[in-house]
Design a protein around this ligand. Structure first.
Ligand SMILES: Cc1cc2nc3c(=O)[nH]c(=O)nc-3n(C[C@H](O)[C@H](O)[C@H](O)COP(=O)(O)OP(=O)(O)OC[C@H]3O[C@@H](n4cnc5c(N)ncnc54)[C@H](O)[C@@H]3O)c2cc1C
Ligand SMILES: NC(=O)c1ccc[n+]([C@@H]2O[C@H](COP(=O)([O-])OP(=O)(O)OC[C@H]3O[C@@H](n4cnc5c(N)ncnc54)[C@H](O)[C@@H]3O)[C@@H](O)[C@H]2O)c1
Length: 463
């Protein structure tokens, strides 16, 4: 028998659970379907476990380097992966269980555990721990993405790792080959190097984190080289094979260096694939693009107006904060009659290397391309008192502004505390305040954010 609801949410990523609760509290009868772990990628195999493990890796690094701070310790630094994993699992489980508890204890919400599949534009079959046919007036997709596994020769002949399986490692790999120099590849590469693995990053492009400005990329190369992380740039992974003495061989197409990289383990970090292929979207009439993403309008409706897509699967963002913001936009519009739009969002992100790279708004390359009359200010982190005192003065900060309107166009902080300090700029950009507001602000001493007014007060024409 079909169970009828007002609203159905498919997937419990960073938008779905919060939307389900807002809708239910507004009096709607809501079904939410999750096939695996409550909290989705971020909580279970993304942000939460990686940042928890990065904290262990940073600690190992600081202890190894402790003489720089005049601190000595006896003996070798070793990392116990089972203990790192135990700590990580505690953090993950607390968040996962918290989300499930929130959903199951909210009146008006029915939770289904299983895979949802459209049978018509308003009905879905659920198969799994729960089996049901459910119907809803409105349907909200929050199905996320998974690691892309490209059709490389021999890829299925080797035990390749993804972000999910690498997170479960119970030992430190001897030599981890990381294919892909994007967010996932770079965060894991530095983490495992600091756990004690030899690490080689294989990236087909000429730069790491190619979406960032070249000055960031150059500094990333310097940072990784300092930590003795092997870099193979302009090296496209084209095939994999079992190694002659065990492990794995990664074959690359390159003009320089060896045509194969031998490692004990290989991580595939070459992008993401949306979880839309088994949703039965054809039965609902929902269009997907050539990579499986569901295009949406400014209010996050798909081409079928009562079906919305939120989070990574709509390709309007690829972060936890953008997915959560999708929830806020949809909830405020549908429940409070607001007129929020996804295009009002200012892009911001951080790459959690140590030190982190934090970025908001336009990059320097984008500002130059826009042809605006622009200004730029840049300071090395060696000018930040707090960074020097901490003994962590690697990196720089940079602010871009429009010379005519004084609008702040973007900023990058690649340095200790940059992931927090960037919010001084994020909020000014939302407030549409001119850079002179930042220039005249009095920031607390000694902080990383303290230098931002100085940078804003000394902008030069961008050439
Ligand atoms: C290793 C890694 C590190 C990351 N680190 C960061 C970070 O530091 N900061 C940041 O902002 N972002 C980070 N991200 C990205 C972040 O995890 C995602 O942007 C975020 O989880 C938003 O995803 P989502 O809400 O679209 O859906 P997801 O979190 O992917 O959740 C989708 C859910 O839908 C379920 N589902 C799918 N299909 C069905 C179906 N047919 N039926 C029922 N259920 C279904 C899935 O099981 C899953 O639980 C990271 C990602 C990875 C992989
Ligand atoms: N700090 C964060 O916010 C954070 C952290 C981790 C992940 N994420 C999310 O995860 C996603 C990034 O995933 P990703 O790092 O897998 O993808 P990505 O697209 O960021 O990087 C993939 C890299 O792999 C390279 N590549 C592709 N095919 C290759 C091949 N055959 N050989 C060599 N190199 C190849 C590409 O040139 C690219 O540089 C993003 O959506 C991001 O939002 C975010």
């Amino acid at each position: 028998m079909t169970q009828r609801f007002d609203d159905i949410v498919v997937g419990s990523g960073q938008a779905g659970p919060f939307l389900a609760v807002r809708l239910a509290n507004a009096g709607r009868r809501v079904a939410i379907v999750e096939r695996k772990f409550f909290g989705g990628t971020c909580v279970n195999v993304g942000c939460t476990p990686t940042k928890t493990m990065i904290a262990s890796a940073e600690t190992a690094h600081r202890v190894r380097e402790s003489v720089r701070w005049g601190v000595h310790h006896a003996g070798e630094v070793t990392v116990s992966m089972p203990e790192v994993q135990l700590r990580t699992q505690k953090v993950v489980m607390s968040s996962r269980n918290g989300i499930e508890k929130m959903l199951r204890s909210t009146p008006n919400i029915t939770v289904f555990k299983g895979t949802a599949h459209f049978t018509s534009p308003t009905t879905l079959n659920v198969k799994g721990e729960d089996t049901a046919e459910i119907e809803g007036e409105r349907i909200f997709l929050n199905v996320g993405t998974r690691a892309a596994v490209p059709d490389l020769k021999g890829v299925h002949d080797v035990p390749f790792l993804t972000n999910t399986t690498l997170l479960a490692m119970q030992e430190v790999p001897d030599h981890l080959v990381v294919v892909g120099g994007g967010y996932i590849g770079l965060e894991f590469a530095q983490m495992f190097r600091r756990f004690g693995s030899k690490v080689t990053v294989v990236e087909m492009g000429p730069r790491l984190a190619a979406h960032e400005d070249p000055d960031v990329t150059d500094a990333l190369i310097e940072l990784f080289t300092q930590e003795d992380i092997g870099l193979r740039l302009n090296a496209e992974c084209i095939a994999m094979a079992p190694g002659a003495k065990g492990g794995v061989q990664v074959h690359v197409n390159c003009n320089e260096g060896e045509p194969a990289v031998q490692g004990s383990h290989v991580l595939l970090a070459v992008g993401r694939t949306p979880n839309t292929q088994d949703l039965g979207l054809e039965a609902a009439g929902v269009i997907v693009d050539d990579r499986g993403y569901t295009p949406v309008n400014d209010e996050l409706q798909t081409n079928v107006p009562h079906i919305y897509a939120l989070g990574d699967c709509n390709k309007r963002g690829a972060f936890t904060h953008t997915s959560y913001n999708d929830f806020e936009i949809v909830a405020d519009n549908l429940i409070d009659g607001a007129k929020r739009r996804v295009t009002d969002r200012i892009q911001a992100h951080a790459l959690y290397t140590d030190p982190p790279v934090a970025q908001v708004g336009m990059t320097e390359v984008e500002v130059k391309k826009s042809g605006r009359n622009a200004l730029v200010g840049r300071r090395a982190m060696t000018r930040v008192g707090r960074a020097v005192e901490k003994g962590e003065s690697f990196g720089f900060m940079k602010i871009l502004a429009d010379a005519d309107s004084k609008e702040i166009l973007g900023a990058t902080i690649f340095g200790v505390g940059g992931d927090e300090a960037i919010h001084a700029i994020v909020d000014l950009m939302y407030a549409k305040a001119p850079y002179t507001t930042l220039q005249h602000a009095v920031h607390i001493h000694p902080t990383v954010a303290e230098l931002l007014p100085t940078v804003a007060g000394d902008l030069k024409p961008l050439t």
